[in-house]
Structures are given as C-alpha cells and as structure tokens.
Design a protein. Sequence first.
Length: 164
Amino acid sequence: MGAAAPGTAGTRPPGRRDPRRPAGTPPRTRQAHAPQAPATRYPNTPAPPQPRPTDLFADRLLAVLTGRRPVHSMLRHTLGSAYDDLSHLAEHGPLRTPRGAGTPTVRDIGYYVPRAGAIEAFARIGTGERLRAMAFRLELGTDHRWRCTAVELDGPRRPRDQDD
C-alpha cells in the first residue's frame, strides 16, 4: 500500500468554486404555523355573483335543443318524464337553424315560485327576428341540487302515448 501524500490524509477535498452554480440549498426549517392563503389581488372587489338556477337550466336546455350538446348530458339534471320530453323535442330539432341564420340565444328569463323548493320558469329564445317560448319547471332535491321536472317549447307538451 502506498502512503498518502503528506498533509492530505483525513481532509476534505476543496469546495466547488464555479460561479455559475448556487452554493447549495438552504437548510430546511419547520414553519411555526400553517401557511396562509394567498391574498387576493384586489381585496375590496366583491365576488362575482353566482348564476341563478333558472339561468343555468335555460342555457343547458337551449344547448340540447340546438344540438350543441347531446341529450344525455341532461340525464342527471332531469327527473321523471322531463328527460323523455326533452329527448323528444331534441329529436325533432326545433331550434336548430341553418348556417348563417343566426344562433338561438336566451333573450329573457322569468320565473314564479309556487312553493319553497320549486320554480316555474320561462325563457324567450331569439333567433334573428323570431322569438320562441320555452317553459320549464325546476325542483330542489334532498341533495340540494336543482333538477328539471318538466320542459315545453312553443306550447303544451306532447300527448302521452299509452306505450311510453
């Protein structure tokens, strides 16, 4: 075995002196308390208003009736025969318009609250100069979610067949 060079036995090699690299990571410390949520950029501005259930459902129903969304997207948002009525309406495509004719939009929404947990609403649907009417009923479930229980377009519902 060879002998170590004099003065080098048991000493550390020289440290890195490359100025392009950091000297090392800072030591980890424990925080005394939980981190706080970051401050908002504009603390005095109010939160944006939440849309009403009538607004949300009018937009959802319109998207289905114009063919922009499939009918099954409303499956968890409907109860009873409302899904059947909606699928029948969407099948006939009453609000689908030819290209260039304009996109149907919700122009106005009104509602009536017959009892707590129920809303009967109407929406005026405009396509260019033409206005159409859409009516729907919403009911609040035990899980605190609104669901559509009836939907009509331009008048009364379709008659029920015996085999439905």
